[in-house]
Design a binder for this molecule. Structure first.
Ligand code: AMP
Length: 121
């Protein structure tokens, strides 16, 4: 079962950040790195990760983390505009075991390129 209670550098996204594992980069700024998912679930499937070490969205607790979270969400908007995702997209953040999170470094998925259907009605 995934452990998101404590950050462990021995995860794939940490290794992508430090250059140990390559990625197909689509966007980067001071706070985030975005790259194509290795196992895409839609024609466009991008993973966005913060450069800071957060295991999951649970780690945003302190006031100064709000700035990072705001920057993170704004970066997703920047990516959508850069890629001209004008027909829309879905942002997913799997969290913990029940949420289906596999990699214990916070990441948001951006899915697009086709109608994705409704998840919640
Ligand atoms: P999650 O299940 O939310 O933790 O999502 C992890 C995602 O990371 C999955 O969609 C994987 O396909 C993707 N992934 C795993 N390894 C890599 C990698 N080396 N490069 C790009 N994406 C990866």
């Amino acid at each position: 079962m995934i452990d998101i209670s404590q950050y462990d550098d021995n995860n794939v996204f940490s290794k992508i950040l430090n250059g140990e594992i390559p990625c197909e980069k689509v966007f980067e700024n001071d706070e985030v790195l975005a790259f194509n998912d290795i196992n895409p679930q839609a024609p466009i499937h991008i993973v966005v990760i913060p450069k800071k070490k957060f295991c999951s969205i649970n780690d945003f607790t302190k006031e100064n983390d709000l700035e990072t979270l705001g920057f993170f969400l704004r970066s997703i908007g920047d990516i959508a505009r850069n890629l001209n995702l004008k027909d829309g997209y879905r942002v997913i953040c799997n969290t913990g075991f029940f949420g289906g999170q596999e990699i214990p470094h916070l990441h948001f998925h951006i899915l697009s390129g086709r109608p994705l259907g409704r998840l919640v009605s």
